[in-house]
Design a protein around this ligand. Structure first.
Ligand code: HC0
Ligand code: SF4
Length: 573
């Protein structure tokens, strides 16, 4: 242990503790902008400086460790003056139009400047704005970038891509798409992790809320919404609701109050995905087609973009099933449209997703007898949903639990856990067991594929179903995915079925979720989904009565001709 004094308090902390962490143990929060634990500890912003007795120069507390007998002052006049000057310089290169920024009230720079009581700026503004394609789902505003490097580091270290890089030097240093590419040519997976780790509003998703308001106001359109599994675990964070208060039923109420005509839960089509993908896996297994093992899940569009750009030769190993989002869109415009007696083109489909990549995935076209537009018309992130709730002046405490609309009302617990890493695999194994043996396993029989902690490299398990052994692996985060695929390709490991989710922890940690300045909440949110599954009335996709009715009345059976037309896709196309 190391003994030291911080702001007149004598403390003892383990060797190797940073000054910032040591201060935190006694309730002293040192302000910071660039620091991200284990990912960006470079002391670049210099906001976290502290004074150390006997040293002339201030030191950055995020990347300097405690020393025996050290006397630290975190708020001396010298520290305050330096911090203020640093933040003033940063603000002189930052577009400070806070009232019209997506990160207003959730911006670390705004908080740090406010906390320092900065009410005017002594410097002239010098702001350079680099043009950007505003149609792309990921938007970067160079005029807000504070060069903290978090986006570069998260993309390199956690996602194994190198989309961002530093350009120029000295005071002209800036961040831009690497290799001077345009973002649309840069192999960006659209995972949105750079957005959720940006301390300011330099990165955000394309705002599509106006399109949704226009559809709601259009008397010729029937608006039909779906809400993804992971949204329920996080939306309340942005509206001051506790986990217990922020139920899925209240999201449905908010959508109805905003004027959406029909509301559904994507857990329904997660169950549908299990029926299609589970049967596809068993068919491939029994027909020996798994010689090119493993089969990969196909529901995460970040992963689809990654495999297509990084491992294009493995694309044929993807399940041909569309994602639950796309399947639901197709079902809404066909089966559901028919049930309410309208044409597919009269239906406007909206998805609320924890995801940025889903905004790209929804470009997928729908063919129903002939070309019928898109399965999904507009995707909103969880953050856009909460902004819409606020702009509709809905008091979140007045929301009530309401049910989804008829015909596709039910979703199983297996569908709910899709939102956490391992959930798709666990749901698939539950139903595969039933399909092979004719009896249900214990609903928790395959919980071995769940993550044990945040950031785990991958999980693997051998599962016995009757006479077959299924070697399963689950991975999240694209750097982890790259490692796993490289091991598969080298022949170091052998699997039959692999679930990949681009975002660490799965969709609960998605790039469209509420932002908490570098705090990783995916694991906690995931626990919430497992709790909901544990308490669900239906825990098996194949027992969802609305899915059984959908097959009886419309698709006939999984992998039927109609299913192939509407629920599957050619990833090579
Ligand atoms: Fe996901 Fe999904 S679980 S990708 O992470 O499969 O976005 O939540 O909606 O489509 O269901 C996201 C979340 C979904 C889909 C589902 C899958
Ligand atoms: Fe989107 Fe989920 Fe994939 Fe992240 S893990 S890119 S949130 S689908």
């Amino acid at each position: 242990m190391v003994n030291l004094t911080i702001d007149n308090k004598v403390i003892s902390v383990p060797e190797g503790t940073t000054i910032m962490e040591a201060a935190k143990t006694i309730g002293i929060p040192i302000p910071k902008l660039c620091y991200l634990k284990d990912i960006n500890e470079i002391g670049a912003c210099r906001v976290c400086v502290v004074e150390i007795e006997g040293k002339d120069k201030l030191v950055t507390s995020c990347n300097n460790c405690v020393e025996e007998g050290m006397v630290v002052r975190t708020n001396s006049p010298k520290v305050r003056m330096s911090r203020k000057r640093t933040v003033q310089l940063i603000l002189s290169q930052h577009n400070c139009e806070c009232a019209v920024c997506a990160r207003s009230r959730n911006c670390t720079l705004q908080t740090v400047a406010n906390d320092l009581n900065m009410i005017d700026l002594p410097f002239e503004k010098e702001i350079e704005r680099i043009p950007w394609n505003k149609k792309f789902p990921l938007i970067r505003d160079s005029a807000k970038c504070i060069k903290c490097m978090r986006c570069i580091q998260i993309c390199d270290k956690v996602q194994g891509l190198h989309i961002w890089d530093v350009e120029s030097t000295g005071s002209r240093t800036t961040v831009h798409v690497s290799k001077q590419r345009k973002i649309e040519d840069a192999d960006c997976a659209l995972c949105g992790q750079c957005i959720t780790h940006c301390p300011v509003g330099a990165l955000r998703e394309r705002d599509d809320t106006d399109k949704v308001w226009a559809a709601i106001d259009n008397p010729k359109k029937i608006t039909v919404a779906q809400v993804a599994p992971a949204v329920r675990a996080a939306w309340g964070e942005a509206l001051g609701l506790s986990r217990e208060e922020a139920t899925i039923g209240k999201i449905m109420d908010s959508l109805k109050r905003m004027g959406v005509d029909y509301v559904f839960d994507t857990t329904f089509s997660a169950d549908l995905t299990i029926m299609e993908e589970g049967n596809e896996f068993l068919t491939r297994l029994s027909e020996g087609q798994l010689k090119d093992r493993p089969m990969f899940t196909s529901c995460c569009p970040g992963w689809i973009r990654f495999i297509k750009s990084q491992y294009p030769h493995l694309v044929p190993q993807l399940s041909s099933a569309k994602s639950p989002q796309q399947m639901f869109g197709a079902v809404m415009k066909t089966y559901f449209a028919k049930s309410i007696n309208v044409n597919p083109e009269d239906i406007y489909t909206i998805s609320v997703m924890p995801c940025v990549a889903k905004k790209g995935e929804c470009n997928m076209e729908l063919f129903y007898e002939e070309y019928a537009g898109h399965d999904v018309d507009t995707v909103l992130s969880t953050r856009e949903l909460t902004r819409m709730i606020r702009s509709a002046h809905i008091d979140p405490t007045t929301l009530e639990d309401i049910q989804c609309d008829e015909l596709m009302k039910e979703g199983s617990g297996a569908g709910v856990i899709f939102g956490a890493t391992g959930g798709v695999m666990e749901a698939a194994l539950r139903s595969a067991y039933y399909l092979v043996t004719g009896t249900n396993p214990d609903a928790d029989a395959f919980s071995v594929v769940r993550a044990k902690k945040f950031g785990e490299e991958h999980v693997e398990a051998e599962v016995t179903i009757k006479d077959a052994t299924v070697r399963a692996a689950v991975v999240s985060g694209l750097a982890n995915t790259r490692k796993l695929i490289d091991a598969i390709e080298r022949g170091d490991v052998h699997y039959d079925f692999v679930e990949v989710m681009a975002c660490p922890g799965g969709c609960v940690g998605g790039g469209g979720q509420p932002i908490h300045d570098g705090e990783e909440l995916a694991f906690e949110r995931g626990k919430n989904l497992y709790f909901l599954d544990k308490n669900a009335d239906i825990r098996f996709s194949h027992e969802n009565p609305d899915i059984l009715k959908l097959y009886a009345d419309y698709f006939e059976k999984p992998l039927s001709h109609k299913s192939h037309t509407l629920l599957h896709t050619d990833h090579n196309a």
